[in-house]
Design a protein around this ligand. Structure first.
Ligand code: HEM
Length: 545
């Protein structure tokens, strides 16, 4: 018997060509069992473009695509299941790199200005040209005056860890590194590995998740849990799974409903949040399923950060009459980030006591999957509605400015909730954060920091806007020139304000003389081609005319 239904068919989900998309766009490897990495930066000899293309072609079959492998996190794989690699290999190119490989001018002229100019030329926008964060301090590899060649290609190797308790990467990482070194050595000078990543003689940027009791953890060097919140977009996950993870990660209407963001915010050739497919380098197959990466190496001055926090916490304890230095310090750290050091958001647990209760109700080490799932949801499922003045979460806290959620809703004050626009203005400013820390655990010698790979379809509209307007400026939040208390540029007058709390009668706390806690060590803008585009690049046939 045939049954007819009158229900409207469900909107068709976006189906991405996973085998055509590089794996590091959809997946944050660091969080999914690849806690070790090496990033290599290469330079081509323009006069030997055919040999350089041969090199690219040799790498092609080993590249990790977005095809899913079975996951312990119960993420559905989709129709085609890939084998989980020991080392994930991905590549990307600068504008100069594409030019050196002989990609046609007809194609390259369609590339956006931000990418053509590169990160160094855009330093004024990014705040990398100030006395406290000078471009002169960039590592030699990113510094044309000191580099051995122009940066053309990025090769990222993300590796699993050995299971023998040594904390070392799997041996396949050395094998893969030697293979690439060997290919370069045999290229007759067409491809060279550039040295100068900070350490002496380093041929690559070495990266590793920090560890606790020898086990990789999600901490960054200032002590916060990182890698909690990441945008979720249409097609990223199959079989309706995206709908559940979109809660807290996607776009919100400001009334508690969430949906995945438009694919075109993160992949070229797809409709974006403006429901347009923006212009891109032609032919369309060259751009489609590709994207851009802002590679940003950031050094963290852990000593200066800790010293400043200790000092400011002592003042906060007195002003707010808190019971212990520990409470004052944890409260200050939380107010700076917008999350307590274990990741619990201030929007959910606004004071020390409610943080402790939250952790009692939803312990991070619970054996009950339902408790863990609920904890996970609460860590991301929140809005800033009702906290306009920032008495719970300061309007200038790191996460509140980096992902403003519903904070900039122009209709926020409208009494009719149906008129709210939720995250509409924020939806076009999202970035996927990839990358890992460098420098090893605190206490070991050497500089510490992170390499962040900010992935987005428009470097200017997404990454640069967040960095310039929201990290290094405060006007959108009615906070004048105040920059991010953790990663902003802190000139002599830099301050961080914790608003008064009318409910508890706590006065405002103005933390003055913020030190410069982070410094850029270099980076560049890279195009991440689809597998189709990579084949075109390697064959030297980008212009079909
Ligand atoms: C040393 C440098 C940095 C440190 C220590 C740092 C630290 C953190 C921490 C602890 C979180 C909260 C964890 C989470 O929500 O996943 C976070 C979130 C975030 N950070 Fe950073 N960050 C750094 C650099 C940057 C930069 C340069 C940007 C962008 C230009 C950025 C953008 C973001 C975004 C978008 C979020 C997610 C916010 C959310 O969705 O609620 N961060 N960061």
């Amino acid at each position: 018997m045939i049954t007819l239904t009158t229900t409207k068919p469900a909107a068709k989900e976006v189906e991405l060509e996973l085998a055509d998309i590089q794996g590091n766009i959809l997946t944050a490897y660091g969080r999914l069992g690849f806690p070790k990495a090496r990033y290599l930066v290469l330079s081509f000899d323009k006069k030997k473009a055919p040999q350089a293309r041969e090199f690219v072609n040799a790498l092609r079959p080993k590249i990790t695509t977005a095809l899913r492998w079975p996951s312990s996190k119960d993420i559905p794989t989709g129709a085609v299941v890939a084998e989980r690699p020991m080392v994930a290999l991905n590549v990307a190119f600068t504008f100069d790199g594409l030019l050196a490989l002989g990609v046609s001018i007809r194609t390259l002229r369609g590339m956006p200005d931000d990418f053509i100019e590169g990160m160094r030329a855009r330093r004024t926008i990014l705040g990398d040209d100030t006395p406290e964060n000078p471009v002169e301090e960039w590592d030699p590899v990113w510094n044309p005056e000191r580099a051995e060649g122009t940066v053309h290609m990025l090769v990222t190797l993300n590796a699993r860890m050995r299971e023998d308790g040594t904390g070392l990467p799997v041996p396949e990482l050395d094998v893969m590194t030697s293979w690439i070194q060997d290919l370069c050595a045999r290229s007759g000078g067409a491809v060279r590995i550039l040295k100068g990543h900070g350490g002496p003689d380093a041929e690559y940027q070495d990266l590793s998740a920090l560890t606790q009791d020898g086990i990789p953890c999600a901490k960054e060097h200032f002590g916060y849990t990182d890698g909690i919140s990441d945008p979720v977009f249409d097609g990223q996950y199959p079989d309706g799974y995206a709908k559940s993870v979109a809660v807290g990660g996607g776009a919100t209407d400001g009334q508690g409903n969430w949906r995945p963001l438009a694919t075109g915010e993160f992949l070229l050739g797809w409709p974006d949040e403006a429901q347009e497919i923006p212009g891109a380098a032609m032919p369309l197959d060259f751009s489609r399923n590709g994207t851009f990466i802002a590679y940003r190496k950031i050094a963290q001055d852990v000593g200066a950060f800790n010293a400043w926090v200790e000092d400011a916490a002592a003042k906060l304890k007195v002003l707010w009459d808190l019971s212990s230095h520990e409470e004052a310090k944890e409260t200050l750290l939380a107010k700076m980030a917008g999350r307590w050091t274990d990741g619990v958001p201030l929007a959910v647990a606004p004071d020390y006591r409610s943080w402790l209760s939250f952790n009692q109700e939803f312990p991070a080490d619970s054996k009950d999957p339902a408790v863990l799932a609920e904890r996970g949801r609460r860590l991301v499922d929140f809005l800033y509605q009702g906290d306009e003045t920032g008495s719970r979460c300061p309007v200038t806290a790191h996460i509140r400015r980096a992902n403003t959620r519903d904070m900039l809703d122009p209709e926020a004050a409208n009494k009719d909730p149906k008129s709210r626009m939720g995250s509409a203005l924020n939806n076009r400013r999202r970035i996927l954060r990839r990358g890992l820390p460098f420098g090893g655990n605190n206490g070991t010698p050497g500089e510490k920091g992170i390499v962040m790979l900010a992935v987005c379809a428009s470097l200017q509209r997404q990454f640069e806007f967040v960095q310039q307007q929201w990290i290094n400026y405060g006007l959108d939040f009615n906070a004048g020139n105040d920059t991010c208390p953790i990663i902003g540029n802190h000139g002599e007058d830099a301050k961080f304000v914790i608003a008064a709390d009318p409910k508890t009668g706590k006065p405002p706390f103005i933390a003055a003389r913020l030190k410069q806690f982070v410094r850029t060590r270099g980076g560049d803008y890279f195009f991440v081609p689809s597998m189709t585009a990579l084949r075109m690049i390697a064959m030297g046939v980008t212009d079909p005319t």
